[in-house]
Each structure stands twice: as structure tokens, then as C-alpha cells.
Design a protein around this ligand. Structure first.
Ligand code: THU
Length: 146
């Protein structure tokens, strides 16, 4: 897809999250989610939710994006845009589930990592990871010198 020059980086991430959402595989919930994750070096990884007849095997859009990026050697991230809602309905803000927040806590600085919840390219709310997961348990909790 072409990038329009006046488009902000936030709008670009949201647009790519909306595009990823079109690939959502959600036959059980009909709740389709897309995400676009930006690394600190500026690379983008998108993802959608992928459901399963054995419900617990379902993967959220955010984790799809993270696992794609980490499996390509990326470990440092700056922001993620998320869009989600029932297929065919107007979008509302869709916050990440607790498991996805925990994956973010593993790789991101909670005071810097931005979570962009969007309804459209122009309508979004921006949170820090520490806002959505206060007192998160992360890698630092397991180091001896703390
Ligand atoms: N889901 C996500 O992909 N991300 C979220 O932030 C919330 C929930 C998915 C999981 C499942 O496929 C569907 O939405 C309903 O829970």
C-alpha cells in the first residue's frame, strides 16, 4: 500500500493494523483484531488473531506481531497499534489482554513502550505499558542484583 507523505507514523501503524485485521482468523468469536508493532530501529511487524477449535490454542493479534518480530531477531520495541471489534461492526477501542501485556513486559520498557488503541487512523488513545500493566512482573524481577 502506498504511504501518503503527510501521514504520521501513528497513522501508518494504525493503517497497517487495520490491514492485518482483514486477515484475522476468528470463526468462533467473530472478533477480529489487527496489530502493528514498531521496533526501535523502525521496522514494522503486523499480526492478526488466529483462533482454534481448541479455544486455548488461540493466538491474539499482538502476540502474533511480537512472535513474528522476535523470531526474526528483533528484541527492542517502541510502540504497537491495535484495532479490534466484531466483524462488520463499527470499531471500539480494544485493549490488549493480560497475556499479551505480559509478553510486552518481557521485551519492552514499561515507561516508554506506547500502546495505541485505535478506532480509525484519526481516532486513537495512547497509553504506556505501565498504565495498562502497573507493577508488571518482568525480567528484572528474576535478576539477582536488585
Ligand atoms: N483478541 C486479540 O487478538 N487481541 C486482544 O487484544 C483481545 C482479544 C482476540 C482473541 C480472540 O481471537 C478474540 O479476540 C476474542 O477474544
Amino acid at each position: 500500500m502506498e504511504k501518503n507523505n503527510s501521514e504520521s507514523r501513528y497513522e501508518e501503524l494504525i493503517r497497517l493494523a487495520l490491514k492485518a485485521r482483514e486477515l484475522s482468523y476468528a470463526p468462533y468469536s467473530d472478533f477480529c483484531v489487527g496489530a502493528c508493532l514498531e521496533t526501535k530501529s523502525g521496522k514494522l511487524f503486523s499480526g492478526c488473531n488466529i483462533e482454534n477449535a481448541g479455544y486455548t490454542a488461540t493466538n491474539c493479534a499482538e502476540r502474533t506481531a511480537f512472535f513474528k518480530a522476535v523470531s526474526e531477531g528483533e528484541r527492542e520495541f517502541q510502540k504497537i497499534a491495535i484495532v479490534g471489534g466484531k466483524a462488520g461492526r463499527e470499531l471500539d477501542y480494544c485493549a490488549p489482554c493480560g497475556v499479551c501485556l505480559q509478553v510486552m513486559e518481557e521485551f519492552c520498557n514499561p515507561k516508554q513502550f506506547e500502546i495505541i488503541l485505535a478506532k480509525s487512523e484519526k481516532e486513537c488513545q495512547i497509553y504506556l505499558l505501565e498504565d495498562l500493566l502497573p507493577m508488571g512482573f518482568g525480567p528484572g524481577n528474576l535478576t539477582e542484583d536488585r
